[in-house]
Ligand binder design. Structure first.
Ligand code: SF4
Length: 164
């Protein structure tokens, strides 16, 4: 059994900026939840941001650039939330190191948790290829990050390592 870091909002917790959660209808996701040890986390909430909160997007880059200091996370009201998002990412990494977690399933499109796509910073609904701040940091540290749309790949990996 592997320990998997999972975004709290995928697990029914109403922690998104608008006080909602994300519905997941995916057999592979259900299998992971039922068979693995799940460590839930909302990086934005552990960073001290409230629920509900202003929607935020990465401006001028992706999660990697936020970590490097060349892009920011801005609220729709132009509030600079970069520090809180980096703090949340560091807390996520700390939790992974503490629990020896090698895999994460994080919410796609989020400026924190997105792993393949994030919103482009224009608050228009447009997306770009790239990772949010949490996913960028975890990937950099060798943790494999999946999202709710590609979680079947993680199931395959876990089944192969179980059969060895
Ligand atoms: Fe979900 Fe991640 Fe956003 Fe928290 S930070 S609400 S876990 S997508």
């Amino acid at each position: 059994m592997a320990k998997i870091l999972v975004s709290s909002c995928l697990l029914g917790c109403a922690v998104r900026y608008n006080g909602s959660h994300v519905e997941v209808h995916n057999n592979h996701f259900d299998w992971i939840i039922e068979t693995q040890e799940i460590v839930p986390l909302c990086p934005e909430v552990v960073a001290g941001l409230p629920v509900p909160r202003v929607p935020a997007e990465i401006s001028g880059g992706r999660g990697v650039e936020v970590l490097a200091g060349s892009a920011k996370v801005l609220g729709i009201n132009n509030e600079d939330l970069t520090e809180q998002f980096i703090r949340g990412a560091k807390r996520a990494l700390q939790l992974c190191l503490q629990h020896n977690i090698k895999y994460a399933v994080l919410t796609e499109n989020s400026p924190s948790c997105g792993s393949d796509y994030i919103y482009d910073g224009s608050f228009s609904g447009a997306k770009i290829v790239g990772s949010g701040v949490v996913s960028a940091l975890l990937k950099r540290e060798g943790i494999q990050v999946f999202n709710q749309n590609i979680v079947g790949r993680l199931r395959k990996l876990l089944e192969v390592s179980r059969d060895k």
